[in-house]
Design a binder for this molecule. Structure first.
Ligand code: NDP
Ligand code: NDP
Length: 318
């Protein structure tokens, strides 16, 4: 691969970005992906301000390549996170779950490249108007917090690509080089991959969660809790408890009460597979192994290049 709008924007080798995932993507994963030629992201939504500072400092020591921080706008201490990001000169920020107008100009004034994560064409257009450098368009297949419209990646990527001028990064359901190529044919300039990196050696997810992702088969995840914030989860005992509450006609307050606080940490970081919230995408069903992040990057790029060759040969000449 030579260069495209995403490799040029971030100054990286491959248009392959690792998603910023709460409790899973600390400095170890982010630096491993950046060292392998992709873009690594520290997921700051689960980090207290002092923890984020530590992870940025460790990431800088572990790689001389560009890396980013993901900043969910719902995060309670967002102003402290932004001050740390600016002070420590993080080159790239991915914002999510909020209005792109709120922080983009402040980050850009500090010389930071800003990308915003959206799940609809409407918000992609709003992000472009807010002055972001690129958008991540995330389809319904994705794990964790998800868009309300349930638009799939296959539909969302071309719908956005034909209407905006800034680069588009596809996300949701991408765990292989073939899926990467498919979304790029649909108009994306690069991809963001989450679930596949949960099961990397360097991810800070608990080993129980990594093993559970590997075991998850077809249809093993569901989108739920739409009345609060829609989230895609593995169908474990906690998920069944939520379903039972729905069956009994639980209202929003009751659902919030059942969810409580800190369930994502309990499941993904502390390894409680029964009571924890286990956030992963549909693509978990195609993940069969825990392996180093650099191998995941290399494997995806080999698959991508092989698929390009396959198309050039005879597979699609009808
Ligand atoms: P290390 O792996 O070197 O561990 C640093 C400290 O974190 C140790 O005291 C360790 O406890 C503790 N720790 C590590 N894993 C867990 C876990 N699963 N549950 C509870 N405590 C844990 O640190 P890193 O350099 O990787 O991380 C630095 C800090 O960032 C730590 O506080 C870590 O918990 C936190 N972190 C936060 C993430 C997040 O998403 N919020 C992601 C990754 C790390 P012990 O001495 O018992 O091994
Ligand atoms: P909860 O309200 O259930 O719990 C907050 C969790 O975040 C706790 O585990 C807490 O750790 C930790 N935390 C880190 N920093 C702070 C802080 N400054 N104040 C309070 N708690 C903090 O939230 P969730 O676990 O559901 O979500 C946490 C964050 O992650 C939110 O910002 C949310 O927007 C984001 N998020 C993003 C997702 C995505 O896909 N981008 C998916 C899910 C969540 P402790 O228990 O040690 O106090």
């Amino acid at each position: 691969m030579t260069e495209n709008r995403i490799t040029t924007l971030f100054n990286i080798k491959y248009p392959l970005i690792q998603a910023g995932m709460i409790w899973c993507s600390g400095w170890e994963l982010a630096s491993a992906v950046s060292n392998a030629g992709g873009l690594g992201i520290i997921g700051s939504g689960s980090m207290y301000p002092d923890v984020l500072r530590l992870h940025i400092e460790k990431c800088k020591k572990a790689t001389d390549q560009p890396f980013a921080v993901n900043l969910p706008m719902l995060y309670p201490s967002i102003e402290e996170h932004i001050a740390t990001i600016i002070e420590l000169k993080v080159p790239i920020v991915f914002t999510s779950a909020g209005n792109p107008k709120t922080w983009t100009s402040k980050l850009k004034e500090a010389g930071i490249t800003v990308v915003h994560v959206v799940s609809s064409l409407k918000f992609a257009l709003k992000s472009q108007d807010a002055g972001v450098d690129a958008v991540v368009v995330e389809g319904f297949e994705a794990g964790g917090h998800n868009g309300i419209d349930e638009t799939t990646t296959l539909t969302l990527v071309p719908a956005v690509a034909e209407k905006i001028d800034i680069p588009v990064i596809a996300a949701g359901g991408i765990g292989s080089g073939k899926a990467m190529l498919a979304t790029m044919i649909l108009g994306a300039d690069g991809v963001q991959v989450g679930s596949r990196f949960i099961t990397s050696v360097e991810s800070s997810a608990h080993i129980n969660f990594k093993n559970r992702v590997v075991e998850t088969g077809d249809g093993g995840t569901r989108l739920t809790l739409k009345e609060l914030t829609p989230v895609r989860l593995i169908q474990n005992e906690f998920y069944q408890k939520v379903q039972a509450a729905y069956a009994e006609g639980a209202d929003k307050e009751k659902l919030a009460d059942i969810l409580g606080r800190g369930r994502a940490k309990k499941g993904m970081f502390e390894g409680d597979m029964i009571e924890g919230e286990l956030e992963v995408g549909q693509v978990a069903s195609t993940i069969h192994e825990i392996k180093p992040a650099a191998e995941i990057v290399a494997e995806m790029m080999q698959e991508f290049n092989a698929a390009v060759e396959e198309i050039k040969r005879d597979k699609f000449n009808f």
